[in-house]
Each structure stands twice: as C-alpha cells, then as structure tokens.
Design a protein around this ligand. Sequence first.
Ligand code: AGP
Length: 616
Amino acid sequence: MCGIVGYIGHREAYPIVIKGLHRLEYRGYDSAGIALFDGKELNLCKTKGKVADLETKFNGTTSTAGNVGIGHTRWATHGVPNDVNSHPHYSNSGNLVIIHNGIIENYSSLKKELKKRGYSFESDTDTEVLVNLIEDVMINEDVMLGKAVQIALNQTIGAYAITVFDKRKPNELVVARLGSPLAIGIGENEFFIASDASPFIEFTNNAIYLEDGEMAVVRLGKEIKVRKIHDDSFVDPYVQQLQMNLEQIEKGGYEHFMLKEIYEQPNAITDTYRGRMLVDEGIIRMAGVDDNIERIANAKRIIIVACGTSWHAGLVAEYIFEDLARIPVEVEYASEFRYRNPVIYENDVVIAISQSGETADTMAAIKLAKEKGAFVFGVCNVVGSSISRESHAGAYTHAGPEIGVASTKAFTTQITVLTLMALKLAKHRGTISDSGFRYHLQQLEAIPTKISKVLETTNEHIKEIAFKYKEAPNCLYLGRGYNFPVALEGALKLKEISYIHAEGYPAAEMKHGPIALIDEQMPVVVIATKVGHYDKVVSNIQEIKSRKGKIIAVVTEGDEAVKELADFVIEVPDTIESLTPLLTTIPMQLLSYHIAVMLEKNVDQPRNLAKSVTVE
Ligand code: AGP
C-alpha cells in the first residue's frame, strides 16, 4: 500500500513526481506529499486527501522548483490520515527527508530509545522514527547516508520500500526494499524511483527492480550499485526492458479505469491464451508447466493460496482441476494459511494467485510453503513482481495493467491461465480424452467473442437494473458449482465499490440460514445457466419468489423458464460448464459498476482500500 515516486536529474522534478503520484494513487489515496530540492532549500508540501488536493495546496504556497523530488501517496497504517502524518517526513535536523511504503513493526521501541536521546516527533508514524534513526546513525557512527540507511535498516523489523534524500548530498537518493516493491528507472543521466514503472514509462524502458533485502545509492553520473542490506555484499543488478506502454495505463476515453478494464476482457483473455493454446494442433504450451510437468502432474495435492478476487479465481480453479485433472485441491486464504501451521508435504504443489504479485499475505504463504519443501507455481499479472520472482515457476496472465482497485480482467485472465493449466495436466495424466481436450480448447477460443457479445447486449439493460436496486441496503448473490465463486465475486464487487452490504452463497445453502433475510426489499442475484445444476437452481429461485424476494437472474440465451419467475434476466451465450464463470462474471462487474456510478462513489478508488496490499 502507498505509492512512492522519486526523481533526480536534469528536468524539473515536480511535474514528474506529481504525475507519477496520480498513476500510483491506486495504491493508496488518503493523503499525499512531495519534497523538492531547489539547490538550496528543501521545500515540502503535504496534505490529507488526494493527489489533486496536494496540487491545489502547492499552488501559491510552496515552490515547485528543483531537479530532485520525492513524493508519496498514502494508505494509512500508523497514525490517522492527516496533514502531519502524511509523507515525506523530515529528520529532526531537517537535513534528511524520507518516503516509505510499508510498516516498521518495532517502531515503538526504537522511538522510545530515540526520545531518550533527545529526538522529538511530530507525527504518529513509524516512518518519522525511521528517518530519525538514520540521522542518529549518521551522527553517532559518522557515516554517510547510504551506510547509515543500511545500519538503521538492520535494526528494524518489518517491511519497507524507502527513498531517502540528504540535502547536503544533493546528487544522490538512497533506496531500499524489503517486502514492498521498488523500481529504479534509468535514463540519460537521470533516475526515477517508483513503486511500479508507471510513473516513468514515458521517459525510459530500462529499469532495475530491487529484490527483497537490497538497497542502492542512486547517484548522478555514476552506475547504480546494488547491495544486500544485511551483509553489505554487492549484487549484479539486472536491467529489465519494460513492456508496458503509456496507452495501457491511461483511461482511453472511458469514464473510469474499471469500465475500461471490464471492456478490455475479450482482448485480455486472447492475450492470455495467445501462443499457449494451439487449437488446430490440439496443444497447450506453457513453459512454466512444461519444464516441471512431472512434479506438477504427480502432485498428491494442489494447495491454492490467494486473497480477495484472486482467491475466488482459486475457487473456480478447484472445480476445474478436480473435474478435469482429478488432482485434489484445497483453496486457502493466504492470510489464514500462513498463521495456522498447515500440513504441507514435499510432494504438494502450491499455486499462488495474485494480480499485483505483491500481496504480503500471499508472499508469506509462499515462503512458508517453500520452507516446507513444496513446489510453488505463481500466477501473477505484474511481470517481475515479487511473487513471480519468489515462485519456482509460473505463468503470467498478460492482462495488462489493472488500475481500478476492483479487480475485473485480472479475475477472468487468472481463470483462463488456470483452465489452460488444468487441461494440460489432464492431458498428461490421461484424465481427459483427446476429443474432450480439443473441444475444451475450441470452447475457450470462443470465449472472447462471447464476452464481447455480453458487453454489447447487456450493458444498457444492466443500467436499468442498477437504477432499480441502487438504494437497496443489502443484496444476496447465489450460484452453484462453478458459479458459486462467481456469486462470491459478484458480492465482493458490489461491496467494495458501492458500499452496499452483499453476501455470496452457494444457492443450496440458502435454506440453511440466509433465506431468513429474504423479503420484498431484498434483491437476489442468481446465476442459473443451463449447464450446471440448472433444475436445482430453478427450485431455489422458486423458494425466493415465494418469499417475495426480487430476482435478477443470469441465464443462458433463450431460457424461458427462469424468465417466468425472475424480475429481470440477463442473458449470456451458451458454453461448457467449466467456462461459464468467464461469461457470468461480466454482468456482476457491470451491475456493481453502474450502481457505484449512480451512487456517485469513487469507482476506481473506493474508500479504505488499496490496489496492492503489501501489509499484513
Ligand atoms: C478485488 O477487487 C480486490 N481489489 C482485492 O480483493 C484483491 O483481489 C486482493 O487484494 C488480492 O490482490 P492480488 O490479486 O494483487 O494479490
């Protein structure tokens, strides 16, 4: 959580840093701040609120001059969101200034020590403690900034991506990371620092992603030297060629990133299977699976770890893997898995799913699984992300940058990758016939066109449904089999962007409790496609109807029976059962989107959330 940006070079730093903060605002948006060095003075401006509020505050109050700048957009951990707790933070002398993404867990004991030594603190943050600890080391050990950062970090417990500037050494920035991402963009005698590459993509395609436990002194006119924080040893930095382009991270005419990303799904899914799925030859090629086929195909068990929407994709995968490849699967919340001393065998395969590839809980679950000897396969969207690097092997979803906090195309592309993987394993294990395998490939190939059709034919109708139910205080989502996780995902989407309370349930579980909630005020979204326990779900719809609940049903094109019962139906094209989630999810996304827009909520940046959850 939190986004950090830094610049040092020959250009004006302010426009680069402010634009970078806008691009990173998805990571946290309760306060923001920038410090600039104009050659003589450090000028700092920070405020509670969004990056736009920071721009307003800068106007007329603070100089925007200078070729060095660091900026921060915050998702509060220690200390409420207010002006004082916003970053950057000065050290007591005013010489050092820092931005930080992460948590210093032992900040309280460090603060006590520093107070004894005469330091005072303005804010409630752990970050102000860290910058003063660095200053204290500089004074007491008589060392330069880079060394002081290293010594200080070795006294901390927690997670960080930091950038520190010392106004007495204006040609360098010191950066370090542990558990939170940090990229260094390399230009012509200029450097960019950021939580991801989006702030500097128009300036350079060359970037170094620091690994956990690494730091660097970024000095003008010098090559970047990367070293390990714990033992000072040098590391050969790998300069990566970025594939992202500017268009991908802009809204392209859509009102919100979320809507753009919903509409990108046909292309995103095509990008996910392109080059991997050779329909005519009847082959799936996935390097990460091919290179480890025996290990994965012979796993006694697959454990899927993930959070939020990615966890829902994992639930869909559980059905696919068990159904097609006949490998037992357990799906775990990464946050629970890591703390409950799970039984993990060496012949287990752990699949970690994460859009960002930076989720702290998922990362910790991977580390635990590796310690116990399991093989870890990462399914990530962000190329070069921490989880993708920490995994033994993996597959990228190739969805392109997802900026809206509510995950959309990440979910459908995760399901696509996991479907390919399950099919490949099923073929290798002989649990699917050749004709069945080819048929699945053909059906998957047709999905992007079918999603385009859903988008084209249902959007206006869903707007009407949204208008009708936008004031509902609660909403129930029901589905069975493959579409039970879709019900969970539909409820999560509605909750997170419209703040309407919503619950997802397996349709058959309704009679064990949730049915008590149903009255004439309660909208119930039911997924009732022709394939997948159709008759049973129709019976559930009858039960809702007889209790006067309002029914919004997602059905297969041409369905007449449900039309008779439901208040609204949304039609999706027919497909095989295992692929229905890729179609039924789309109306869920559109419904929550339109309700949130009608309620005038901040669709792309819902309250209290952040895109990348890099804290526990
Ligand atoms: C979903 O809309 C959320 N933004 C959230 O649940 C998200 O899926 C979760 O935080 C996991 O993130 P990840 O996929 O980047 O690991």
